[in-house]
Design a protein around this ligand. Structure first.
Ligand code: SF4
Length: 220
């Protein structure tokens, strides 16, 4: 198994975080306000799916669960690419088992545009890196990507979505992704817990959900 976009971004913040996600996820503590933010982000993302009208959603779940069946999603996405479906949501791709699901993939004359949806009033650098990972995976799956956009939320319900073109910045992260993705794959598979001293990365860019675990260990 390779790594997902989320795993990549978390691993870039701290390789131990990536390792704990894979081997000891029961130690994470997600603060309620963060969980609320994540839930709100999911609602916003669901609404954004219809921003270009009719769409096909690629989500498939393992039987009787809410766990995405990523392999089935990749197959379904490929079928819709072959059909020429104009708007594909949760479009899934896998490159050497490294995986991502795009919020919206929209057909253009020459290929597709990517739209990554963020429940935020402005574009942050983390979002651009995030969509840069997606661009890396999708372009290596031989899909021609023309433009890359981040959709942020507008001022009110009359203008709920703002489309920000981040093509140059996002595509510029491909080398950075390639320079790190294989090391992170290796680290995630280490049998022993990765040792990293606590530091700035425990709070930046996001507060780590293993903060209590690592800081307790440090204080013993
Ligand atoms: S608390 Fe700090 S050291 Fe521990 S996993 Fe998180 S970021 Fe890494």
């Amino acid at each position: 198994m390779g790594i997902s976009k989320t795993a990549f971004m978390r691993g870039m913040q701290c390789s131990k975080m990536l390792w704990l996600d894979k081997h000891k996820p029961e130690l994470k503590v997600i603060p309620p306000e963060v969980q609320n933010r994540l839930d709100e982000g999911n609602d916003f993302g669901d609404r954004a799916m219809a921003m270009f009208g009719d769409y096909e959603e690629m989500s498939v779940y393992l039987p009787g669960t809410t766990i995405p069946d990523t392999k089935a999603m990749v197959v379904k996405t490929r079928e819709h690419l072959n059909l020429g479906t104009p708007v594909i949501c949760e479009a899934a791709f896998s490159y050497y088992n490294n995986y991502c699901a795009l919020d919206i993939l929209r057909k253009t004359d020459q290929g597709y545009d990517i739209y990554e949806v963020k429940n935020s009033p402005a574009v942050a650098d983390q979002f651009v890196k995030d969509v840069g990972f997606q661009y890396y995976i999708v372009s290596r799956c031989k899909v021609n990507i023309e433009r890359v956009y981040i959709v942020t939320h507008g001022e009110d319900e009359k203008n709920p979505f703002v489309i920000n073109d981040v093509t140059e910045q996002a595509t510029g992260y491909s080398e950075w992704v390639n320079d790190n993705i294989w090391d992170l794959n290796r680290m995630a598979k280490e049998p022993e817990e990765i040792q990293v001293e606590v530091g700035k990365q425990c709070c930046e860019p996001y507060e780590c959900w293993y903060y209590g675990y690592c800081h307790q260990l440090e204080n013993k």
